[in-house]
Design a protein around this ligand. Structure first.
Ligand code: ARG
Length: 461
């Protein structure tokens, strides 16, 4: 590298070309340009407000920074590795545009508080974007739920048929998960939206800066209380990746269900052509690539969380170059969560069709009404455990003769226990079984309708 670097006057020789590349972050922190410019404009205005530079100088700096913004969007600002990072790239170009006054921008600031500011400005915007996408995801689920209150679906525990459910109830479980994700992100936002600007390299600055003023210009809620903490804290990014990981957990569980449901064995949903792919060799195949990819991408986001935790755990205060490694994982985490939410929303809205006939029939072909037989007896005063044991024997016997509970004759029922009456058939019909679970938060149709109403009012619809 023969080009002059910021510290060439201090150093004897230039950086080894390979090390220059190794050291540079411009390849990925260019993504922060918008925030770097916005942060620099606020910093310049604060320098003017406090009289550290003149109003005229502020105007020149701001105009120059705005010009860089324009150049970037016109594809004319493409700094290379010689710039090292976004901060040097901008400062260098600024000085080319406005002359020596450009060199005043970095007064009372360090790249350490600058990058902290940039990443927080970036992340708070992306948190808002992701929360918007969570809402869209919830809306699609809610619409599906509303259309399927009375569609029945087998409910599972241990992936064994357990008790039948309203399909809407199943879908609403994901609305709840997304609600927690939405709330969790609001909480992460609070700790992301704090300004480290003015913490300097680590110790603050000798200039009479006004940190509150620049924080206000940037719409931060508060400023970091301690300059060492301000430049070296990445808790907010870890918290975000944790919240992002949980979003992915939820999407991945839904994906797994979609994949199972689309299989021939379950046959609960049909994949539409818009969201499925074929095989290059097996002509009959229709593959659930979308949920498979979401399930697969989940690992990346977990990985980014793990990586950042490990980056942080051994760092002495304050800034260390290790912190440059926080960005790529964070950026990829943001992109992956957004893309996955979008893809799952499209899949639910346009990519699947519930096989409602099959679903409604499926719940009548098993012993998932066995609990209801026990409940029937218990309601007549027979102790539940006794009733449970009795029904266990009935199931065993029925299985042996290849019958379902609904196929037993009234005589057979009464031989088992005299308390059985003709209404047993009605009591164990899948629709009755589902609608009878009318406890708060249960799958009974009335409960499901109430849950939909609550979710809608939460979403202001
Ligand atoms: N590119 C650096 C980063 O991403 C900016 C801060 C550099 N600070 C320093 N003291 N070298 O963290």
């Amino acid at each position: 590298m023969t080009k002059k670097t910021t510290w060439s006057d201090r150093f004897e020789s230039a950086l080894h070309p390979a090390i220059a590349i190794f050291n540079a972050s411009i390849g990925f922190d260019i993504e922060l340009i918008e925030y770097d410019l916005t942060g620099s404009i606020a910093h310049a205005q604060m320098l003017g407000q406090t009289g550290i530079i003149t109003t005229e100088e502020v105007a020149q700096l701001v105009a120059g920074l705005e010009q860089i913004r324009q150049e970037y969007y016109q594809g004319e600002f493409t700094p290379g590795v010689e710039a090292e990072d976004i901060h040097f790239a901008v400062e260098r170009r600024l000085t080319e545009i406005v002359g020596d006054v450009g060199k005043k921008l970095h007064t009372a600031r360090s790249r350490n508080d600058q990058i902290g500011t940039d990443v927080r400005l970036y992340l708070r915007e992306e948190i808002t974007n992701i929360r918007g996408k969570l809402r869209e995801f919830q809306l699609v689920l809610l619409e599906l739920a509303e259309n399927n209150v009375e569609t029945l679906i087998p409910g599972y525990t241990h992936l064994q048929r357990a008790q039948p459910l309203s399909l809407a109830h199943h879908l609403l479980a994901y609305v709840q998960m997304a609600q927690r994700d939405w709330e969790r992100l609001a909480d992460v936002y609070k700790r992301t939206n704090i300004s480290p600007l003015g913490c300097g390299a680590l110790a603050g600055t000798t200039f009479p800066i006004d940190r509150q003023y620049s924080a206000e210009l940037l719409n931060f809620d508060a400023v970091y209380e301690n300059s060492l903490d301000g430049v070296s804290d990445r808790d907010f990014a870890i918290e975000f990746l944790c919240a992002a990981s949980l979003i992915m957990v939820h999407l991945s569980r839904l994906s797994e269900e979609m994949i199972l449901w689309a299989s021939e064995e379950f046959n609960f949903v049909k994949l539409k052509d818009s969201c499925a792919t074929g095989s290059s060799i097996m002509p009959q195949k229709k593959n659930p690539d979308v949920p498979e990819l979401v399930r697969g991408k989940t690992g990346r986001v977990f990985g980014h969380l793990q990586a950042l935790l490990v980056i942080m755990k051994g760092l002495p205060l304050a800034y260390n170059k290790d912190l440059q490694e926080d960005k790529e994982g964070l950026f990829d985490g943001v992109k992956t969560v957004k893309a996955s939410l979008e893809a799952m929303t499209i899949l639910l809205a346009d990519g699947i069709e519930f096989n409602t006939t099959r679903l409604n029939n499926a719940v009548g072909e098993d012993f998932s009404n066995a609990t209801d037989v026990a409940d029937y007896l218990a309601a007549k005063g027979i102790p539940f455990r006794e009733a449970y044991n009795l029904v266990g024997k009935v199931v065993k016997k029925s299985l042996a003769v290849g019958k379902l509970l609904k196929d037993l004759t009234l005589e057979e029922w009464q031989q088992l226990h005299p308390a059985f009456e003709a209404d047993i058939y009605q009591a164990i019909a899948p629709r009755t079984v589902v609608s009878a679970r009318n406890s708060y938060g249960g799958t009974g149709f009335e409960q499901v309708k109430a849950a939909i109403a609550r979710a809608k009012s939460r979403l202001n619809i």
